[in-house]
Design a protein around this ligand. Structure first.
Ligand code: NAD
Ligand code: MN
Length: 496
C-alpha cells in the first residue's frame, strides 16, 4: 500500500491462509444503466438548462458508469417551482390516507427491485454488496413502510397539536449511504404532506435517480419529488432559493455551518446531520470477543464512511493487551476488495478526494508519534481507490487523529483506568453524535449513558438502525432528529 509510513507494523496472520476464499461476485442481473441521466423535474427527465454533464465513476476500478446532469440555479428554480405547484395542487390537498398508499406502493416496489438497487449502490459508491444488499436496501424499504403508516395518523403522533406540512423541502445528502439518506429524508417529508427537491452527492447520484424511475412506476404525481444533480454549487443554489421552506442537510460540519449561516434570519427551517468522532468504551468486565467484533464492524463497516463510525476505542487498562491481540487478529481476517464480491468486508474508498483526506490523516498520525498497524494479508487492487484497514496505538488525546473526523477505515486505540476518566476522555470532542459501551453490568451502561454526550448510544452492540428510532447529534454533529416521531416533527408545523 502506498501510504508513507515506514513504521507501520504488519503482524503475521495466525492459521496461515485458512481465511482465503474463492471469488463470489454478484451478477449485474436486471440492472440497466443509461449512458446519461437528466434531472427529474415535475415527473419528467429534463436536460440541464446549461447543457453540462459530469461523469460518475465506479471507485473500485475508476471506470465511468454514466454522465449526470450538472444542476444550475435555473434547474433548481424549475424544480422548486414544480414542487410548489405539486404542494399547492395535488400532494397538499390529497387526503393523507391516499398519500400513505403511494408511499406503501413505493416501499413495495423498492423491495421488489432491491437487488438491482443494491448492485447499483455498490457500483457507484464502492460499498460491499453484502452491506448494500443486507443493510442499506432493507432499511430503505423499512423507512418507506414505517412512514407510509404514519401518513394518516399524524394526529396520533402529535395529539392536540394540529400537525400541518412545512411546504417545499430542499434536501441535500452525502455519498456514504446514498439511497438510505434519500429514504431518511424523502419518506418523512412525503408522509407529512411536503414536497421535495433532492440533491444527491456528486459521486453517488445514480441510486437516487433510479429511485425516481420507481416513483414513475408508482405513478407518484408530478413534482412531488424532484431530483437535481450536481456539485456543491447546486446544493448552495437550493439552500438560497426563496421558494424553499425547509432545508435538511447531511454531510460535513464545514458545509453544515455554511448552510446555517445562509439560512439564518430567513423563515427557512433547518436540520443538520454532520460529522462525528464516536467513542467506544470497553470495560474490563465486557464479553471481549463480542466487543472486539462490534468495534471492528463499527469502524470498518462501509470503509469507515459513517458519521457515527466508532473511530476511537477507549479500553480499560487492565485488558488492553488482550484486546489488542484480538483486534489485530481480527484485522488480519478482514477481506478487502471487489465491492461486488459477496465475501468482501471492506470495499473501495468513495472517491480520490476522500482517499487523499484519509492518507493525509494517517500520515499525520504517524508524524505525531502514533503506531500504525495494518493487515499483512491485504493486497490492494492496482486500480481504484483503496485504503487498508488500519489501527493506531500509542495515541494521545491531543493528536489530530484522536480529534478530527477521518471518515475512513482507521481506528485509534487509547486506554482509561476509571469510568470517570473514560467519560471525560470520550466527551473531549466538539462532536456528539454517537457512542458505544461494552460491559456486562447494566448499572455501568446506565451510568455511561447518562454521562456520554451523544445523540445515539449503543450498549453491547453498535451501528443498529431502525426507522422508529430517532437518530441525530449534539454540538458540531448538528441538530434535529431523523426517524421516529422526533423525525416526523421536523417535517410538520405543530401547535403548542
Ligand atoms: P460535503 O459536506 O461537501 O457534501 C455533502 C453534500 O453537500 C453533497 O451533496 C455536496 O454536493 C453538498 N454540498 C457541498 N457544498 C455545499 C454547499 N456549499 N451548499 C450546499 N450543499 C453543498 O461532504 P464531502 O466534501 O463529500 O465530504 C467531506 C467530509 O464530510 C468527509 O470527510 C466527512 O468527514 C464528512 N461527511 C460526513 C457525512 C455524514 O454522514 N455526516 C457524510 C459525508 C461526508
Ligand atoms: Mn460514483
Amino acid at each position: 500500500m502506498s501510504d508513507s509510513s515506514s513504521s507501520v507494523s504488519r503482524p503475521e496472520l495466525q492459521f496461515g491462509n485458512a481465511w482465503e476464499y474463492a471469488p463470489a461476485p454478484e451478477s449485474l442481473g436486471a440492472l440497466t444503466l443509461r449512458e446519461r441521466y437528466d434531472h427529474f423535474i415535475n415527473g419528467k427527465w429534463k436536460a440541464p438548462e446549461e447543457g453540462t454533464y459530469f461523469s460518475t465513476a465506479n471507485p473500485a476500478n475508476e471506470d465511468t458508469l454514466a454522465d449526470v446532469a450538472e444542476g444550475s440555479h435555473k434547474d433548481v428554480d424549475r424544480a422548486v417551482k414544480a414542487a410548489r405547484k405539486a404542494y399547492d395542487k395535488t400532494w397538499g390537498p390529497m387526503p393523507a390516507r391516499e398519500r400513505g398508499k403511494f408511499l406503501f406502493r413505493l416501499a413495495r416496489i423498492i423491495q421488489e427491485r432491491a437487488r438491482e438497487l443494491a448492485v447499483l449502490e455498490s457500483l457507484d459508491g464502492g460499498k460491499p454488496i453484502k452491506e448494500s444488499r443486507d443493510i442499506d436496501l432493507p432499511l430503505v424499504a423499512a423507512h418507506f413502510f414505517y412512514h407510509a403508516g404514519w401518513a394518516d395518523k399524524l394526529n396520533y403522533a402529535f395529539p392536540n397539536r394540529n400537525p400541518r406540512p412545512v411546504g417545499v423541502c430542499g434536501q441535500i445528502i452525502p455519498w456514504n449511504f446514498p439511497l438510505l439518506m434519500a429514504a431518511w429524508k424523502l419518506a418523512p417529508a412525503l408522509a407529512c404532506g411536503n414536497t421535495v427537491v433532492l440533491k444527491p452527492a456528486e459521486t453517488t447520484s445514480l441510486t437516487a435517480l433510479h429511485l425516481m424511475r420507481l416513483c414513475e412506476e408508482a405513478d407518484l404525481p408530478p413534482g412531488v419529488v424532484n431530483v437535481v444533480t450536481g456539485h456543491g454549487e447546486t446544493g448552495a443554489a437550493l439552500v438560497k432559493h426563496p421558494g424553499i421552506d425547509k432545508i435538511a442537510f447531511t454531510g460535513s460540519t464545514e458545509v453544515g455551518k455554511q448552510i446555517a449561516r445562509e439560512v439564518a434570519g430567513s423563515s427557512k427551517r433547518l436540520t443538520l446531520e454532520l460529522g462525528g468522532k464516536a467513542a467506544h468504551i470497553l470495560m474490563d468486565d465486557a464479553a471481549i470477543d463480542q466487543a472486539v467484533e462490534g468495534v471492528i464492524r463499527g469502524i470498518f463497516f462501509n470503509q469507515g464512511h459513517v458519521c457515527c463510525a466508532g473511530s476511537r476505542l477507549f479500553v480499560q487498562e487492565s485488558i488492553v493487551d488482550d484486546v489488542m491481540t484480538r483486534l489485530t487478529n481480527r484485522l488480519q481476517t478482514l477481506r478487502v476488495g471487489n465491492p461486488l464480491d459477496k465475501n468482501t468486508d471492506v470495499g473501495a474508498i468513495n472517491s480520490r478526494e476522500q482517499l487523499e483526506r484519509i492518507r493525509g490523516h494517517v500520515a499525520c498520525g504517524c508524524e505525531e508519534g502514533a503506531t500504525l498497524i495494518q493487515s499483512s494479508t491485504v493486497s490492494l487492487p492496482e486500480k481504484g481507490y483503496w485504503f487498508a484497514p488500519s489501527i493506531f496505538t500509542d495515541v494521545t488525546g491531543e493528536q489530530t487523529i484522536a480529534r478530527e473526523e477521518i471518515f475512513g477505515p482507521v481506528l485509534s486505540v487509547m486506554t482509561f483506568r476509571t469510568p470517570k476518566e473514560a467519560l471525560e476522555r470520550a466527551n473531549n470532542t466538539p462532536y456528539g453524535l454517537s457512542a458505544g459501551v461494552w460491559t456486562q453490568k447494566g448499572s455501568k451502561i446506565f451510568a455511561m449513558a447518562q454521562g456520554l454526550k451523544g445523540g445515539v448510544l449503543w450498549a453491547n452492540t453498535y451501528n443498529q438502525f431502525d426507522p422508529a428510532s430517532p437518530f441525530g447529534g449534539y454540538q458540531e454533529s448538528g441538530f434535529g432528529r431523523e426517524g421516529g416521531r422526533h423525525g416526523l416533527a421536523a417535517y410538520c408545523h405543530l401547535d403548542f
